[in-house]
Design a protein around this ligand. Structure first.
Ligand code: UD1
Length: 450
């Protein structure tokens, strides 16, 4: 059975009180929209259609960055979830199979639940959850045995219907041809004056088709409406990510202080110390160690590497096996070969560092001339003295050495020593004379003031 997915993401999310469209607010370092899109990947959808409206340009960009093949549909006016699906129908043209409708602001639906929906034999299948909390704003599923008679929106429900504990998550699965027919017939004669997607189970039954519900845990259907809800969702995500990392054989010495991104990947037997933050795009191989207080994004850490404490790896930082990055070191867009050591207080940006090179404390690649970025290339087994300024573009050959405190502006050939600093001058016995002179100046000044 082929599946296509429609993700509704046109709403403003006014309760977020934000200029940013709701689906672009980040959860675990990725827009909410990406979470919904990623959950549907396991269905290998024939088409992924994203309905955009508020902030259409930015939401389109975000959708295409996650899936360049996504089809974007614009819903110019937000006239309800049924209307949003109706606008998406032309993008389904020629598709025969099942369509699953998801919300862009509901990030925790699992692939297993989506597979359950896709496998349902009914013409219309709605995802529901049980709760005794009598939530406002959510629709109620009115069941008769296995049959879903209809969904009633909270605003339109009677007191008896509001007491129903089986709640509509909003997710629907429906045969494509059936969906087109049912959605075309929707009316907006309800309390909100909207075209409700939730009217399709009753419409299906009126045509002699079948409608049913499948259920999942309430936590999966958590939708985000407010900043508080977003913060709560972040906590839910982090708790799950920490549990999964531990189950996958990663040592977290203080799990509650480690923060993961949606796509963080950490190998078995890696060790992550306290207060480590993973931004998007980080991979850590088995057996690597990240010590306390590191901030990592867009980087790769190979087996045997040790990072931190207090290190910052920015996008494009590639650490080969057994690299050592120590405290107060920042690395950006730089490739560090096997066994490279950069132990203290350094900045390596736009650089290639050969295997087993040692970078002394306080080294800086001066990569920016105020207009353009330039690269620093250092060969294998080189020794960069402490406090070397490498003014890029510059190349240091294999086995070369730079003197401490050097400002290196010219290329250094392999095995050469380069020293670029003022020569030291030493004057024997001069220090006491200098102090006497300074004391006399100070005394004269004090006398002038009295
Ligand atoms: C909807 C359901 C309700 C369910 C609840 C679960 C309907 C009528 N009601 O209500 O039964 O319990 O979800 O969260 O479907 N959207 C558009 N275009 C529109 C309107 C909405 O794209 O014209 C998108 C929104 O951006 C959002 C999603 O659809 O991602 C849900 O819309 P929202 O207005 O939040 O629906 P609810 O009122 O929560």
């Amino acid at each position: 059975m082929q599946v296509s997915v429609i993700i509704l993401a046109a709403g403003q999310g006014s309760r977020m009180n934000s200029d940013l469209p709701k689906v672009l607010h980040p959860l675990a370092g990725a827009p909410l929209l990406h979470h919904a899109m990623r959950a549907s990947i396991s269905l290998a959808p024939d088409r992924t259609i994203v309905v955009v409206g508020h902030g259409a340009g930015a939401v389109t960009k975000a959708a295409l960055s996650e899936n360049p093949e996504a089809l974007i549909v614009t819903q110019a006016e937000q006239l309800g979830t049924g209307h949003a699906v109706r606008e998406a129908l032309p993008a389904l043209d020629g598709f025969t199979g099942k369509v699953i409708v998801l919300y862009g602001d509901t990030p925790f639906i699992t692939p297993e639940t989506l597979e359950k929906l896709a496998a349902s034999p009914a013409d219309v299948t709605v995802l529901g959850f049980h709760t005794d909390s009598r939530p406002k704003r959510y629709g109620r599923l009115v069941m008769e045995g296995e049959t879903l008679l209809r969904i009633v929106e909270y605003k339109d429900a009677t007191e008896a219907e509001r007491a129903i504990t089986l709640i509509n998550s909003g997710v629907v699965a429906c045969d494509a041809a059936v969906l087109a027919t049912l959605v075309a017939g929707l009316k907006n004669n309800n309390a909100a004056g909207e075209y409700y997607l939730t009217d399709i189970p009753a419409a299906a039954r009126a045509r002699g088709l079948t409608a049913t519900a499948v259920t999942c845990e309430e936590a999966e259907t958590l939708g985000i409406d407010t900043r508080t809800g977003l913060a709560e969702a972040e906590a839910v995500f982090q708790a799950r990510a920490r549990r999964e990392a531990l189950e996958n054989g990663v040592t977290l010495t203080a799990p509650d202080t480690v923060f993961f991104a949606l796509d963080t990947w950490i190998g078995r037997d890696a060790t992550i110390g306290p207060n480590v933050v993973f931004g998007p795009g980080v991979t850590v191989e088995s057996g690597a160690e990240v010590k306390a207080f590191c901030h990592l994004e867009g980087c790769h850490i190979s087996r045997g590497a040790v990072v931190g404490p207090f290190a910052r790896l920015r996008p494009g930082a590639e650490l080969a096996e057994d690299v050592h990055v120590g405290n107060f070191v920042e690395i950006k867009n730089a490739i560090l070969g096997e066994g490279v050591k950069v132990g203290h207080l350094s900045y390596l940006g736009d650089a290639d560092i050969g295997d087993f090179t040692n970078i002394g404390a306080g080294t800086v690649t001066c990569n920016y001339d105020g207009v353009m970025k330039h690269r620093t290339v250092i060969g294998k087994r080189a020794f960069i003295g402490s406090d070397t300024m490498l003014v890029a573009p510059v190349t240091i050959g294999d086995g070369a050495l730079t003197g401490s405190g050097s400002v290196i502006t010219d290329d250094v050939p392999p095995e050469a020593i380069a020293i670029g600093r003022a020569r030291q001058v030493t004057k024997p016995g001069l220090a006491p004379k200098l102090f006497e002179k300074l004391k006399a100046i100070k005394a004269a000044k004090l006398k002038g003031q009295s």
